[in-house]
Design a protein around this ligand. Structure first.
Ligand SMILES: Nc1ncnc2c1ncn2[C@@H]1O[C@H](COP(=O)(O)OP(=O)(O)O)[C@@H](O)[C@H]1O
Ligand SMILES: [Mg+2]
Length: 323
């Protein structure tokens, strides 16, 4: 298949390339000519695109897909997901499949408050409410945890240890005030078939994080966690791959933090554990059979290290001219 992957500078796109690069014609796109993943494919398959939140993004992707006769477009950048999904019909009209979740699901994932409301009563969640003056006045115990409804990459998150900490937070409802969850943090990679059936749920412990990426991690067979991740994906209507994050509460229960409705940066561990999600995605796109039941996986650990890719600086200069 001919597939265009965005976010070429990120770990998610490079992970997809590792799974699919040998068998498929991958085109890599990023707004930054220094994005490493661009240089993993031949020069005629590289593309510079506008920012994820720019109005020009969708027209630029649409034009590139048409010119390159792309069959599937795979955005891996959070800000791109909703605008690209909203243009689903325009891409379908030129034969481009979009193997991502529907717009409504992406909207819920973007806003953690909407997510909590959507799964309440169906999946364990931390005690949670939008932070307003009235909500702040009711707080009678610490610690709590504050985070922006629409945050990402841990930006703006804070442990609230005291009234003074609480006073520093905005009270306009843009921040959520939660129960503080002291325990370990797990990510569950799920894969949902196009008919809505969840066929994979792989929990992994994020043991060491560097710049938002897990650099040491292990998969673990934790049935409670898998069930909560599956239920979350079902309730909000995930399609394809998503990464569902949980943290353990003081009472031992895993409670939902957020859902990233895209391929995660630590995908190679899930692949090595026996579930190659990019290959499942391509199999579905090509109309090939994929498993019906929850797929088994191995318990496995990974540590990650840097690698280098060398090339002629003229190739980078050529990408700069595309901007
Ligand atoms: N209720 C909570 N209690 C304790 N820590 C939390 C809580 N919610 C989030 N965190 C911490 O903040 C980090 C970022 O929160 P998360 O919900 O994953 O948002 P994002 O990754 O989009 O910034 C988490 O990885 C976790 O370490
Ligand atoms: Mg997170």
């Amino acid at each position: 298949m001919r597939i265009l992957i965005t976010g070429a500078g990120g770990a998610a796109a490079v992970s997809v390339w590792k799974s699919l690069g040998a068998e498929h014609e991958l085109h890599m796109a990023d707004m930054d000519p220094l994005a490493a993943g661009l240089y993993l494919v031949p020069p005629d398959r590289r593309l510079i695109i506008p920012r994820g939140d720019a109005a020009e993004l969708v027209p630029a992707l649409h034009k590139a897909c048409q010119e390159r006769r792309i069959e599937a477009l795979l955005p891996t950048v959070d800000a791109e997901l909703a605008p690209v999904a909203a243009a689903h019909d325009r891409f379908a009209a030129i034969g481009v499949a979009l193997p991502i979740s529907p717009v409504e699901c992406l909207r819920i994932c973007r806003d953690k408050q909407l997510l909590m409301e959507a799964v309440q009563g169906k999946v364990p969640i931390p005690a949670n409410e939008p932070l307003t003056q009235a909500a702040a006045a009711r707080v009678d115990s610490f610690p709590r945890f504050a985070k922006p409804r629409e945050g990402a990459g841990s930006r703006g998150v804070a442990k609230i240890n005291s009234r003074a900490d609480l006073d520093k937070q905005p009270k306009d409802g843009s921040v959520m005030l939660q129960e503080y969850l002291p325990g370990e943090e797990y990510s569950v990679d799920v894969y949902v078939r196009r008919d809505g059936r969840v066929i994979a749920a792989v929990p992994r412990d994020r043991m060491k994080i560097d710049s938002g990426i897990a650099v040491a991690s292990r998969t673990l067979n934790l049935p409670d966690l898998m069930q909560s991740a599956i239920r979350t994906a079902e309730v909000i209507g995930i399609r394809g791959c998503a990464n569902v994050q949980f943290k353990r509460a003081a009472d031992g229960v895993f409670k939902l933090l957020e859902v990233n409705p895209r391929f995660p940066g630590t995908l190679p561990l899930t692949t090595a554990a026996g579930i190659d999600m990019p290959k499942l995605m391509v199999a579905e796109l090509m109309g090939r059979p994929v498993p019906d039941k929850l797929m088994p996986f191995k318990e496995l650990m990974v540590v990650r290290y840097w690698t280098e890719h060398f090339f002629d600086a003229k190739e980078w200069e050529a990408m700069c001219r595309q901007r």
